[in-house]
Design a protein around this ligand. Structure first.
Ligand SMILES: Cc1cc2nc3c(=O)[nH]c(=O)nc-3n(C[C@H](O)[C@H](O)[C@H](O)COP(=O)(O)O)c2cc1C
Length: 353
């Protein structure tokens, strides 16, 4: 999505650790329960089937696809339909779509339902210029009556739950107004990222906006999003805002174990240790296997680099890995690069010991 390395870094909160929090699984409809109430965020060019499956296996209670253009789905263009690829073992999965025309979005929602998704989500948070300049993403926040019209059409078109993802507002905060329009039209949940469109990724997410929203809606479930990157920040999001579930985006890049940590904490269990070198290598290989299965070897060698670098970010293996990734051509090159990076990390640990 064209974010800088700095924007991809979560600004951690370093205050005191909040008290433990308990939350029931989040029910969005008769057939959709997020258990635990911890959601993998939609991330363009990231939350494809391999990454979604890794996150489900490590504890995410619900996963969301990359955003897919509604008009592309309605015209059943190849790229959009490929993005609608849902695997049997990743459920529950929500498909995120974007657009601005109620009829197109309703037709796209029906196609999403037909593809086997457990829910359909509308993107109203994307701040990128090329998206908002066409009236999509966060641009919709400026027109709550249009939001009502869109949700009314989508809810009437499908039986699965319809949800939406918003920011706190465009420049000023109007999240309550937007969420009420969604609720009046029959939406099941709203995810709110506690920054305005103009904030982009600056500063900390504003949890007071999320709390105010939660207190202003009725049955509409509220999913809190922004800077949740470990069990401490998840506790903080739940306890300050009273939200029904938390959503994690940047905090799981290279660290899908964050889901099992939050899951354990919500269940009152001890927080699992950070992954050992063996566990890290196991998950990496599984991720590569799933990637090759889904996209084939050639695309994998091109696309999986960023994931591998995220897994080793800030470790002794990162430099080694970056060096090796310059000329990977086939699956075995990827395996060799992973081995070399893991060995470099091991050597570093033993130096410290
Ligand atoms: C690489 C990347 C791609 C993203 N793509 C989408 C997207 O397709 N749809 C969406 O609603 N939000 C998207 N987002 C926003 C995230 O879902 C999330 O709202 C935001 O990063 C704040 O959460 P965080 O602090 O946990 O990262 C993206 C974020 C990142 C970092």
């Amino acid at each position: 999505m064209g974010l800088t390395d700095e924007q991809l870094e979560v600004l951690r909160w370093d205050g005191p650790t909040p008290e433990p929090v308990r939350r029931d699984p989040m029910r969005l409809g008769p057939n959709l329960v997020a258990d635990p109430p911890v959601v993998l965020a939609p991330m363009a060019a990231v939350t494809n089937p391999p990454f979604r499956m890794i996150c489900r296996e490590l504890g995410a209670g619900l996963v969301v696809t990359e955003m897919i253009y509604s008009v592309g789905l309605v015209h059943r263009d190849k790229r959009s339909m490929q993005m609608l690829d849902i695997r049997a073992d990743e459920h529950p999965v929500s498909v995120q779509i974007y657009g601005k025309d109620p009829e197109m979005l309703a037709r796209a929602a029906a196609i999403v339902e037909e593809a086997g998704a457990d829910s359909v989500d509308l993107n109203m948070g994307c701040p990128m210029r090329k998206v908002v300049s066409s009236g999509h993403g966060a641009a919709l926040l400026r027109d709550p009556s249009k939001v009502f019209e869109i949700f009314d059409a989508m809810v009437k078109a499908v039986d699965i739950p319809v949800t939406g993802k918003i920011r706190a507002g465009w420049e000023d905060t109007n999240a309550v107004e937007v969420a009420r329009a969604m609720e009046d039209a029959g939406a099941a949940a709203v995810t709110i990222h506690g920054r305005t469109r103009c904030d982009m990724y600056d500063g900390h997410a504003d949890l007071a906006v999320i709390r105010d929203l939660k207190q202003s809606v009725g049955e509409l479930k509220v999913i809190g999003n922004g800077d949740v990157c470990d069990w401490v920040s998840a506790r903080r999001m739940f306890s300050i805002t009273g939200c029904d579930a938390v959503m994690v985006a940047r905090g799981c890049l290279g660290n899908p174990w964050v889901f099992e940590q939050i899951k354990a904490d919500l269940a009152g269990e001890p927080i699992p240790e950070p992954p050992s070198a063996e566990e890290k290598a196991r998950v990496l290989r599984r991720h590569v296997d799933l990637y090759v299965d889904t996209f084939g070897e050639e695309l994998t060698t091109r696309q999986i680099r960023k994931h591998l670098i995220w897994y080793f970010r800030g470790t002794a293996g990162e430099k080694e890995l970056r060096q090796r990734l310059k000329d990977i051509e086939k699956r075995s090159d990827i395996d060799d690069a992973i081995d070399a990076a893991c060995e470099r990390c091991d050597a570093d640990y033993s130096n410290v010991a």
